[in-house]
Design a protein around this ligand. Structure first.
Ligand SMILES: *[C@@H]1O[C@H](CO)[C@@H](O)[C@H](O)[C@H]1NC(C)=O
Ligand SMILES: CC(=O)N[C@H]1CO[C@H](CO)[C@@H](O)[C@@H]1O
Length: 226
């Protein structure tokens, strides 16, 4: 003889309450921070020009609308087929996710090869718009939230453009942070009023998280097991 049927009804109600209480907590714990290309978190190595409406790049072939760039600034980097050194850069941050944004352009954009740990991808715009603002160049999620990460990139000339001088425009980065609050030891300052209770709950529930919280959940698991 097992436990009475009412036991399962109660257990199920309990798990539903756990799940519902977990979702709003995760949302409130996660924040996005935007870093303009002028931030010292960026490095730019090789042929780059820091550009804005008040400091235009006369020699640059790409002249986007400054008012549509974040902070009205961007970095214009270029590469030649016979360049003696590569054009590259990096962005260093602490958080569980990173998004690098630039201004895509249909004319003469190189392949931009990104890497972050074992994540790598190549960005190349195949559309026809002269400029596309807030274009996502690279993203990585599910990172260890409390650790410092560096995403780096290098330009590779794209032969399909038929142009020997190619350029790409870097605008800003968004970093997701705050999920580390969930696993901070008790007594640590936190913006949430129910942290310790929720840590307890997230450790006892085995329900899969809703898809919208997957990133945070991954970070939480990695953090907890380290
Ligand atoms: C953070 O920014 C990314 C990329 O723009 C977005 O997908 C995500 O929903 C944002 N998260 C929060 C908590 O605002
Ligand atoms: C940064 C890191 O270690 N992320 C991992 C967190 O855990 C999930 C699930 O086990 C992995 O898929 C991530 O790669």
């Amino acid at each position: 003889m097992g436990p009475p049927h009412s036991f399962y009804v109660l257990l199920r109600a309990f798990l539903i309450v756990l799940l519902l209480s977990f979702v709003p907590f995760v949302r409130s714990a996660v924040t996005n921070t935007t870093f303009d290309d002028t931030s010292s978190a960026f490095t730019f190595d090789g042929s780059w020009t820091a550009t804005s409406a008040s400091n235009p790049c006369g020699g640059c072939s790409s002249k986007p609308d400054a008012s549509q760039a974040f902070g009205a600034t961007w970095h214009d980097g270029n590469i030649r087929t016979d360049a003696p050194r590569g054009t590259s850069g990096s962005f260093t941050f602490t958080g569980s996710a990173v998004y690098i944004y630039g201004i895509d352009q249909a004319v003469s954009q190189p392949n931009i090869a990104f890497s972050l740990g074992d994540v790598s991808s190549v960005h190349y715009y195949t559309g026809n718009e002269r400029f596309v603002y807030n274009a996502l160049f690279f993203s990585a999620t599910g990172l260890a939230a409390g650790e410092t990460h560096t995403v780096s990139w290098v330009f590779n000339v794209n032969p399909s453009t038929g142009v020997g001088l190619q350029s790409a425009l870097f605008d800003y980065a968004v970093v997701t942070s705050g999920s580390a609050d969930v696993v901070k030891p008790p007594g640590t300052t936190t913006s949430s009023t129910s942290t310790s209770t929720d840590v307890q709950r997230t450790q006892t529930t085995t329900s899969p998280p809703p898809s919208s919280t997957t990133t945070t959940q991954n970070a939480l698991i990695n953090q907890s097991s380290s």
